[in-house]
Design a protein around this ligand. Structure first.
Ligand SMILES: Cc1ncc(COP(=O)(O)O)c(C=O)c1O
Length: 450
C-alpha cells in the first residue's frame, strides 16, 4: 500500500522513478551508475527505466478499472516502438496502437494479441489494410480512400473498424503537434461523418465506434472534456439517424508530461477521472448506453522513463554572447528541438551537487546551425569528457531519430532492478552501408577492397 502511494504521488516527476544520485554527485538509474552503462554500451546512449513505464501504464489501467471498468488503454507506440517495449506492454495486458507496417510487424513479432492492436494512418496502403484485414487487426478508418480500399479487401473476412473524426477542438500546444482542428490531414470532418457511416455500412465491416485525437503535450483538461461532449453528441445523432449505438469510443492520447520543472501537467489519475466522469454524465444527458472507453497515450507512458546520456566535447565560448557546450549527439537522436523548439532539463554526471553553475547552450554535432539540444540552460561548469544527462527523452526521441550526416543510431538500454538489458543495439558503420550498392560502372579501378 505504501509503495503504491509513493508511486502515485511521484509519477509526475521530471526524472525516472529509479533515478538517484550519490554523495559524489553521480547519477544512477536502477542503482547502476550511468557512467558504467556508458562504459559498457558507448555514448550517446538512450536509457529507459522499466519501473517508470510499468508504473505509468499501471496508473492508466488501474484508474480506468476503478472509474470505468469497461475500458482499454492502448499504448501509442509511435512514441517508442521496439520489440522490448512491445513485449513489456503485452506483459502489462494493455493494447497497442500502430501507424505503419514497421510498427505492426514489430508488435506481431512478439506475439502481441491481435484483438488489442489498432492500426492508424491518414494514407494507408492497400498492403497495410490487407495485412490488417487478414490478421484481424482493428483498423481506424481515416478517410474515404480507406473505405474505398476496404470495399475491395473485405470480402469474406469482416474487419473491425473505428472511424477517426476531427472534432474541431483547439488546444494550447505547439501548432505542429495539433491534429484535432478542422484544418487537419487526419480524420473525417464532422460534415462527412454520416456519409462515411453510410459508405461503411455497404461493406463487410463491423463499425465499433468513433475515434478522436486532439493533439499532444496538452496540460489542460477542458479540451478533452469538450471532445467527450462532441463525441457523445455525435453518438446521440448517430443513434437517432441510424438506430445504431456504437459499443466503443476512443478518446485518443495527448496528456502532457514534465519537460521543465515548471511544467505542471495533470496526474494520469486526474485526467482519467475527468474524462470518465464526463462520459458518464453525457451518457445520462443524451440517454445513451455507456460505451467502452479506449484511451491512447504515448508520451505520458514512456516520456518520463527515458534519459539520454551524451559525452561533452568541444566547448566554444563567444565572450559576452554565448557559450556552446557541444556533445556527441544532437538532432539525429533527438530532433524535437529543431522541429518544435522543445525544451529539456539536464545535469552533468558527477557534478549534480556543484554550486558553480553557468548558463550555456547545448549544441549537437551535426552540420546544421539549428542543431541545438538545449538553449540557455543553467548547468554545472563542465569540461570535455563529462557526461551530460538529458531528462524526459523516452518519447519521440529514438522513434524520431535519423541517420542524418550518416551517423549511426545509439543503443537503447532498459534498466530494471539493478540490471541492464540491451533493447536496441548501437548501429555500426557496416549497418550504415547495409543497403548501399555500388554500381559496377562506378566501381572500376576506384576502390580498393578494404
Ligand atoms: C492518433 C494518435 N493517438 C495517440 C497519439 C499519442 O499521443 P501522445 O503521445 O501525446 O499521448 C498520437 C500522437 O500524435 C496520435 O496521433
Amino acid at each position: 500500500m505504501l509503495e503504491s502511494i509513493y508511486i502515485m504521488s511521484s509519477l509526475n516527476q521530471l526524472k525516472p522513478l529509479s533515478y538517484s544520485t550519490n554523495k559524489d554527485g553521480e547519477i544512477l538509474l536502477a542503482d547502476i551508475k550511468i557512467k558504467d552503462l556508458v562504459k559498457k554500451y558507448g555514448s550517446p546512449l538512450y536509457l529507459m527505466c522499466e519501473k517508470t513505464i510499468r508504473a505509468r501504464i499501471g496508473a492508466y489501467r488501474d484508474s480506468l478499472k476503478n472509474n470505468y471498468p469497461e475500458s482499454l488503454v492502448l499504448y501509442a507506440s509511435k512514441a517508442l516502438n521496439c520489440q522490448a517495449i512491445c513485449a513489456l506492454v503485452k506483459q502489462e495486458k494493455i493494447g497497442l496502437d500502430v501507424v505503419s507496417l514497421g510498427e505492426l510487424y514489430t508488435a506481431l513479432s512478439v506475439g502481441f494479441p491481435i484483438e488489442n492492436l489498432y492500426f492508424h494512418g491518414n494514407n494507408k496502403s492497400h498492403e497495410e489494410l490487407k495485412l490488417c484485414v487478414d490478421k484481424g487487426v482493428n483498423i481506424v478508418v481515416d478517410n474515404f480512400h480507406d473505405i474505398n480500399l476496404l470495399s475491395k479487401i473485405c470480402n469474406e473476412q469482416k474487419a473491425s473498424v473505428l472511424l477517426r473524426v476531427t472534432p474541431g477542438i483547439e488546444c494550447h500546444t505547439h501548432e505542429y503537434i495539433k491534429t484535432g482542428k478542422q484544418d487537419s490531414k487526419f480524420g473525417f470532418n464532422l460534415d462527412e461523418l454520416f456519409t462515411a457511416i453510410e459508405e461503411l455500412q455497404k461493406i463487410n465491416v463491423n463499425i465499433k465506434g468513433l475515434h478522436g485525437h486532439i493533439g499532444s503535450q496538452i496540460f489542460e483538461t477542458l479540451p478533452h472534456q469538450d471532445t467527450c461532449r462532441v463525441f457523445m453528441d455525435l453518438y446521440k445523432k448517430i443513434k437517432d439517424k441510424f438506430s445504431l449505438e456504437f459499443p466503443d469510443l476512443n478518446l485518443g492520447g495527448g496528456l502532457g508530461i514534465k519537460y521543465m520543472e515548471s511544467d505542471d501537467p495533470p496526474e494520469i489519475e486526474t485526467w482519467i477521472k475527468i474524462l470518465t466522469d464526463s462520459v458518464k454524465a453525457l451518457a445520462k444527458e443524451f440517454d445513451l448506453k455507456l460505451p467502452r472507453i479506449l484511451v491512447e497515450p504515448g508520451r505520458s507512458i514512456v516520456g518520463p522513463a527515458g534519459i539520454t546520456v551524451y559525452e561533452v566535447g568541444n566547448i566554444k565560448n563567444i565572450e559576452g554572447i554565448r557559450k556552446y557546450v557541444c556533445v556527441d549527439g544532437g538532432m539525429a537522436d533527438n530532433p524535437r528541438h529543431i522541429m518544435y523548439q522543445a525544451q529539456y532539463q539536464a545535469e552533468i554526471d558527477g557534478k549534480v551537487n556543484l554550486q558553480d553553475r553557468e548558463t550555456v547552450t547545448i549544441a549537437g554535432k551535426y552540420c546544421e546551425s539549428g542543431d541545438i539540444l538545449i538553449r540557455d540552460i543553467n548547468l554545472a561548469k563542465t569540461s570535455p569528457g563529462d557526461l551530460l544527462v538529458v531528462f524526459s527523452t523516452g518519447a519521440y526521441n529514438y522513434s524520431m531519430s535519423s541517420n542524418y550526416n550518416r551517423s549511426a543510431k545509439p543503443a537503447l538500454v532498459l534498466v530494471a532492478d539493478g540490471q541492464d538489458y540491451l533493447a536496441i543495439k548501437r548501429e555500426s558503420l557496416e549497418d550504415l552501408l547495409r543497403n548501399d550498392l555500388l554500381p559496377e560502372h562506378l566501381n572500376r579501378g576506384v576502390l580498393s577492397k578494404t
